[in-house]
Design a protein around this ligand. Structure first.
Ligand code: PLP
Length: 397
């Protein structure tokens, strides 16, 4: 893994790739999944755009910005296997979810179906939209070890045609690091006439062309997690039959232009994250997209094994993401540890402070889990150090 690569014209080898990020070298950054990390070359690309904006704000906003945004969207959509004319840039997955929820015209008695693997803030958004409209939120339990077939069966059995107005599923779950058989789920929902929103927050940069072949009514994913884009960059794709009905959260000057410009132009905002996002893809391509993905997934799996072993977890009890390429891995914590959101957050902070390791601690279905990630800037010894020190910290309580 020491072969050199070019990033924004600078030759680097994998061995010093960490220097291409601003990350604090005193800390092991083992939670890329929550907020990503922006390579310095991408930060610089964004800064150049900010310099241009500040040199002449009026010109920046009024001459060609809508077209530059459209150009960026085409670039990002191509990378994801999405239809560029059927996609819109949005600030983040949470925003994309909110846009969809308010556009599907929920009514009293309708139901929004989701699973117990869904992201917490997305569940809150569903609950609020249901309160506002009189619809009902129903959450389907899916066992962590469920096979693809079992997941599809559960969802098929859970749909209530005529009542279920929207199904919300994750492509790759956050709390449980599990790949869902999204295309098959969408197929089943379509048979029953139920529209599907795919929360693909982690998919861009982690899964190969994650939109292609899914066929969802709505799909939204973050470029700012695994595709090295500046924060505030996500893509929402919308099936043709919905494009005239989808409404932005904020009405602004492009409202009459229809989809996607009406979603993308959100008044005076900093649009430089979007315009710099192709530099993130360039970084990934320079390193080798498949090579980055394979490296990240292999490192996360190694970390799971090492830390799992340190905590006395048998390999068979380490959850498998259910497919290749996933750079998020779970390790069960000892019984009674991190079982509530508050306890999980407190433990995560304690690991950060005492062990100089940033990790995700998740509580899911009454059990605490450690979630580790792998990235190009990580090395095997970071997981080994965590494994060596974590048992003593957990024993302190
Ligand atoms: C599955 C899932 N959905 C939604 C989100 C929210 O993403 P954002 O904060 O960028 O809106 C996340 C963030 O981690 C996530 O993991």
């Amino acid at each position: 893994m020491s072969e050199g690569r070019i990033i924004e014209g600078v030759y680097v080898g994998w061995d010093n790739i960490r220097e291409c990020f601003s990350l604090d070298p005193a800390v092991s950054h083992l939670n890329h999944g929550s907020f990503g990390a922006v390579p310095i070359g991408v930060q610089r690309a964004q800064q150049r755009l900010r310099d241009e904006m500040e040199a002449n704000p009026l010109r920046f906003f009024t001459q060609g910005l809508v077209d530059r945004i459209a150009h960026t969207r085409r670039h990002l959509a191509g990378f994801l296997g999405a239809d560029p004319d059927g996609s819109a840039l949005v600030g983040n997955t949470t925003t994309g979810v909110a846009v969809v929820l308010q556009s599907v015209d929920l009514k009293a008695g309708d139901e929004v179906l989701s699973t117990d693997h869904g992201y917490g803030a997305v569940s809150l958004a569903i609950q609020r939209e249901c309160r506002r409209t009189g619809a009902v939120s129903r959450v389907l339990p899916i066992p962590l070890a469920a096979t693809d077939e079992q997941i599809v069966q559960s969802i098929r059995a859970g749909l209530r045609p005529g009542r279920t107005r929207l199904l919300v599923v994750d492509q790759l779950t956050s709390a449980t690091a599990k790949l869902f058989p999204t295309a098959a789920i969408v197929g089943v929902a379509r048979e029953h006439g139920v529209p599907v929103l795919v929360d693909a927050a982690h998919a861009p940069g982690m899964l190969s062309t994650p939109v292609a072949g899914i066929g969802a009514d709505f799909w939204v994913g973050n470029l700012h997690k695994w595709a090295y884009a500046p924060r505030g960059t996500a893509l929402l794709t919308v099936a043709p039959q919905w494009r005239d009905r989808i409404e932005p959260l904020v009405v602004s000057w492009e409202q009459e232009s229809g989809f996607p410009a009406r979603l993308e132009w959100q008044a005076t905002l900093d649009y430089t994250p979007w315009l710099a996002a192709p530099a993130g893809l360039f970084t990934m391509r320079s390193l080798g997209v498949d090579r980055v993905r394979a490296h990240n997934a292999a490192l996360a799996a190694y970390g799971q094994r090492v830390v799992g072993d340190a905590l006395g977890v048998a390999p068979a009890d380490l959850p498998d993401p259910g497919g290749p390429g996933v750079a998020l891995r779970l390790i069960p914590l000892p019984a009674g540890t991190g079982t509530t959101i508050d306890a999980a957050r407190a433990l995560q902070a304690r690991i950060g402070e005492r062990l100089a390791a940033e990790v995700a601690v998740m509580s899911w279905n009454g059990r605490g889990w450690l979630r580790l990630t792998g990235q190009v800037y990580n090395a095997a010894d970071e997981y080994e150090r965590l494994g060596a020190r974590l048992p003593a910290l957990l024993a302190q309580r």
